[in-house]
Design a protein. Structure first.
Length: 559
């Protein structure tokens, strides 16, 4: 084997030994040896290969695969600007702790800083967003055994860093792979034997794991509220169960694992009612994950009258208000609440607000985006996957839907970008293996249209993409830019109408698509399964007015 081919085969073999089961490739010349090695591994049944023509789409597909599976997933690109298109997904993986492996093929060092074609300074391209980065070096002839040890060690180190096996802090890793010609083998390579062999037991070259000290439970305290943001599902579920046993109310974002049937429905609406909150304010708030969706939640965490205690599983913690009085690896609570009447008042308030909100949504004319969010969640079968766009849909689900612990919810809330959402949803759906629905706004949908493109022979997911289409950036109508003072420039600068028929757009990219105009049509559309796009036309200004009405309705229900 030529050096580039040998390196690629060893690299992929060690990735498989280290637990990689899915890999994503975008086509290119400099990355050809590794792409062929991935293809050979798929033929051998060692992993599943996914190919996309666009690097950004490929990276978010890998992000979805990794987040849903919990396994590290490599995404391979050729050199030059192709590597830059991974950056957004790397940033999201950094903040959300997803084990994404950026394999960036590169020109050899002698071509850097020379103006050579398709050559940039790739080592360290992603800066502090990666847990570890390595310029692997150019494969050479004549040093087989030494290079085999080095390459396998580098791959093992990358996987340990990406999974957080030692640090408790998983996240993205970059391996920059400079390769010289010849890039392609003259004949089909044989098995890796002799100086190219891995460990005899079939395991990773270097294994590792952290032994963490057991966590102590938090002491009981009167009027304790749990606020659960986006984060690892297992930790969220454990805290939801512990809080339920202790009687502590839980205000949970949909994508954190704690959004179960015991969570407070519409917690942001309760916290946004000043008079009610004045009487029922918690004395202590226990925070897990990253709560970022709701301004009322953020205001509560910044309130100096509230003691904020943050629970973590690794070395990072959220504290945007810089109000945490402690950061611990505490275990979920157990035992009775210190103030049972106060906890019961939270449950009663949530029920009253839920009834009032449902009445308003059901009576509103047409199928609004707000009602769509509630009804999509309610219509999902047990065990389904729900992927939420990071703009209005995730907030509508957070405020209005009935929490469900039998549905897995994911969202790219690390950096809260709308890019790559279709690709993330497809990756997650392919791992999930059952029915999956993605709910996203029209601009989020348009931002990742190429994610709908699946090439010949590529797996197609059982995914239904539901799009409330308000012809532009409707979330801004609910924020400060939507106020009358900015009306002159609103439509062009914030509303950004696209004027496209999204059903036609989806069909042009090979997906079945339909429009839904009434609430009673939604269950049948979702039951058709995927791959499919379901479009619901809504109105930006009407949605903004409804958002105000929902807050007012909640306040009246609590008065």
């Amino acid at each position: 084997m030529n050096p580039s081919t040998a390196f690629a085969r060893v690299l992929v073999d060690e990735l498989v030994r280290g637990g990689v089961r899915d890999a994503v490739v975008a086509p290119g010349s400099r990355s050809a040896p590794v792409a062929l090695a991935f293809a050979a591994a798929e033929r051998a049944g060692s992993l599943r290969l996914h190919v996309r023509i666009d690097e950004r789409t490929a990276s978010f597909l890998a992000l979805g695969l990794a987040r849903a599976s919990g396994r590290p997933v490599p995404v391979l690109t050729t050199s030059g600007t192709a590597t830059a298109h991974l950056h957004a997904a790397v940033l999201e993986a950094d903040v959300t702790g997803v084990p994404l492996l950026a394999l960036t093929a590169d020109r050899p060092p002698e071509l850097r800083s020379t103006g050579a074609n398709q050559t940039i300074e790739q080592p360290g391209l992603y800066g502090g967003a990666v847990r570890w980065a390595a310029d692997v070096g150019v494969p050479e002839a004549g040093r087989e055994a030494a290079q085999n040890r080095y390459w396998r060690s580098v791959v093992s180190r990358a996987l340990l860093a990406a999974t957080g096996a030692l640090s408790g802090d998983p996240g993205p890793v970059q391996l920059d792979l400079p390769l010289r010609d010849p890039l392609l083998p003259e004949e089909e390579p044989g098995p890796l034997t002799g100086p190219w062999a891995g460990r005899d037991d079939g395991g990773a070259w270097t294994a590792g794991g952290a032994t963490l000290a057991p966590a102590d439970p938090l002491p009981d305290a009167p009027r304790t509220l749990v606020v659960a943001g986006d984060g690892p599902s297992a930790a969220g579920r454990a805290w939801a169960e512990g809080a339920a046993a202790a009687g502590w109310p839980v205000v949970a974002e949909p994508s954190g694992g704690a959004w179960t049937g015991d969570a407070v429905r519409g917690g942001a609406l309760l916290l946004g009612a000043p008079d009610w909150l004045e009487e029922h304010r918690p004395a202590r708030v226990v925070v897990l994950g990253r709560p970022t969706l709701s301004r009322p939640v953020s205001a509560l965490l910044a309130d100096p009258r509230v003691r904020v205690e943050t629970v973590v599983s690794g070395p990072r913690w959220p504290d945007p208000a810089r109000s945490s009085t402690s950061v611990t690896r505490a275990a979920p609570p157990s035992g009775p609440p210190a103030d049972a009447a106060w906890a019961a008042a939270w449950r009663d308030a949530a029920a009253r607000v839920g009834t009032a909100v449902d009445t308003l949504l059901d009576g509103a004319p047409g199928l609004t985006a707000a009602r769509l969010a509630r009804d999509v969640v309610a219509a999902l079968p047990a065990g389904a996957l729900l992927v939420l766009g990071s703009s209005t849909p995730v907030r509508d689900v957070d405020r209005l839907a009935v929490p469900r612990g039998d549905v897995r919810v994911l969202a790219n809330r690390g950096v809260a970008g709308i890019d790559g959402t279709i690709s993330t949803a497809i990756g997650a759906a392919l791992v999930h293996g059952g029915p999956a629905v993605a709910l996203m706004g029209d601009l989020t949908f348009l931002h990742d249209l190429q994610g709908l493109l699946t090439g010949e022979g590529e797996a197609r997911p059982d995914l239904t993409v539901v799009v409330p289409d308000n012809d532009g950036g409707g979330i801004f109508a609910q924020l400060e830019p939507g106020r009358p003072a900015h009306e002159r420039d609103y439509r062009r600068v914030f509303g950004t109408p696209h004027g496209r028929d999204l059903v036609t757009v989806a069909r042009a990219l090979g997906w079945a698509a339909t429009a839904v105009t009434a609430a009673d049509e939604l269950p049948a559309a979702l039951a058709l399964g995927g791959p499919r796009v379901v479009v619901v036309r809504t109105d930006q200004r009407a949605e903004a007015d409804l958002a105000v009405a929902l807050r007012e309705t909640a306040a009246r229900a609590l008065s």
